[in-house]
Design a protein around this ligand. Structure first.
Ligand SMILES: Nc1ncnc2c1ncn2[C@@H]1O[C@H](COP(=O)(O)OP(=O)(O)O)[C@@H](O)[C@H]1O
Ligand SMILES: [Mg+2]
Length: 359
């Protein structure tokens, strides 16, 4: 998928911005605080429904503004063009595809952007919800049945938690149907995630061997969110008393996680911050590569602050990986990164919330 145009209004410092990114590599340069990362956030927003930076979606709204909108014309590999939009008006967020109001999930499925940015090490070192979001985003884009199961699970989880929160003695008649729905959809989710990881790991391994060869063989272990010696239905039933005390559901795919290990760094704590970043980069590229294998086209790849995130060798490596493929890349930096100075790139200047193409 590629962006043919991107229009941004009322997002942080960006207003009235219209960009025609190159089909290959675009570099957004500008001073600190100019709005470079915000451009990538706009692209990411359409594909994730949120920012990669901390905070709710609402913090993206420009201070003092009452509306925010991001519109894009995208073209998929099969030459299908789509108009995508996400905006906030009168306190409501609304997603659109080709002018029609759609759910956020339907929008996100039409747009694929992966982003390597200064917070990406959280995928390795952060809380487990980062890793679940990573898995589920991948699944949302390649596995149609997943969305339905995911929705069923979220709904049943909400209902079970609502019953637990009342703190009243449990009424089996009320609890049983939601618990069985939770168990059915939860087992299905878990199955999707496991088979996704089975396909994903070889793609990650392909990159990991290049970025962190010194750490030896890489492995990844999925933790389902409950002790799989027992099925989820029995686990939920057994935990009713404990969950009632806690006021929420303590087992299931919403507690899932995965851990990574290397032959010479068996624990995550053995990795330096720089190694965590490289590890996250390999995971993101692996996900993009699997997406390409299954969907026939690469997602858009964003590299925020490339030159300050990676040493020169790894900057050159990642650029070489992407140049050899038909992929649209959006890079930011205070200047054009060294690895790109001799490459065919389109440069945009970002200043005081405005973006202009440099000829
Ligand atoms: N909600 C907001 N409204 C207005 N300006 C904002 C908002 N959030 C952040 N900013 C400002 O937007 C600018 C853009 O930040 P950013 O995109 O991170 O810049 P860069 O990546 O170029 O350093 C910053 O100057 C920041 O202070
Ligand atoms: Mg920035």
């Amino acid at each position: 998928m590629k962006f043919e145009s991107l229009r941004i209004a009322g997002l942080r410092c960006l207003d009235g911005v219209a960009i025609t990114p190159a089909p290959g590599i675009s570099v957004f340069v500008g001073a600190n605080g100019a709005g470079k990362t915000s451009v990538l956030e706009a692209a990411y927003l359409l594909s994730h429904g949120r920012s990669f930076r901390a905070g709710s979606r609402d913090v993206l709204l420009k201070r003092g503004a009452t509306s925010l909108s991001v519109f894009a014309e995208v073209r998929a590999g099969d030459d299908r063009a789509r108009r995508l939009g996400l905006g906030r008006e009168s306190g409501r967020w609304q997603a659109r595809v080709d002018g029609d109001a759609v759910s956020l999930g339907s929008l996100v499925q039409e747009c694929a952007v992966v982003c390597f940015e200064p917070g990406s090490h959280d995928l390795i070192a952060g809380a487990s919800d980062e890793r679940r979001r990573f898995l589920d985003w991948g699944l949302f884009h390649v596995e149609h049945g997943f969305v339905n199961q995911w929705r069923r699970y979220q709904r049943a989880l909400k209902q079970r938690n609502a019953l637990l929160r009342t703190g009243a003695p449990l009424d089996g008649g009320l609890m049983d149907p939601w618990e069985s729905e939770l168990a059915l959809s939860g087992e299905a989710l878990s199955g999707y995630r496991k088979s996704y990881l089975d396909r994903l790991v070889p793609h990650i391994q392909g990159f990991m061997g290049n970025v962190l060869p010194e750490l030896g063989a890489f492995s990844l272990r999925y933790k389902a969110g409950w002790d799989e010696a027992m099925d989820l239905a029995a686990t939920l039933h057994e935990r009713r008393g404990r969950d009632l005390g806690r006021g929420h559901t303590t087992a299931g795919p919403h507690r899932a996680d995965f851990s990574i290990a290397f032959e010479h760094a068996p624990l995550r704590e053995h990795l330096s911050r720089g190694q965590e970043k490289l590890c996250a980069l390999a995971c993101l590229l692996g996900q993009a590569s699997l997406h390409a294998a299954l969907r026939g086209e690469w997602p858009v790849v964003c590299l925020d602050d490339l030159a300050s995130e990676l040493d020169r060798t790894h900057q050159e490596w990642v650029v070489a990986q992407l140049l050899g493929r038909d992929v649209q890349v959006l890079v930011t930096g205070t200047e054009v990164p060294h690895a790109l100075t001799d490459q065919p790139v389109t440069v945009f200047h970002v200043e005081q919330g405005g973006v202009t193409a440099l000829l």
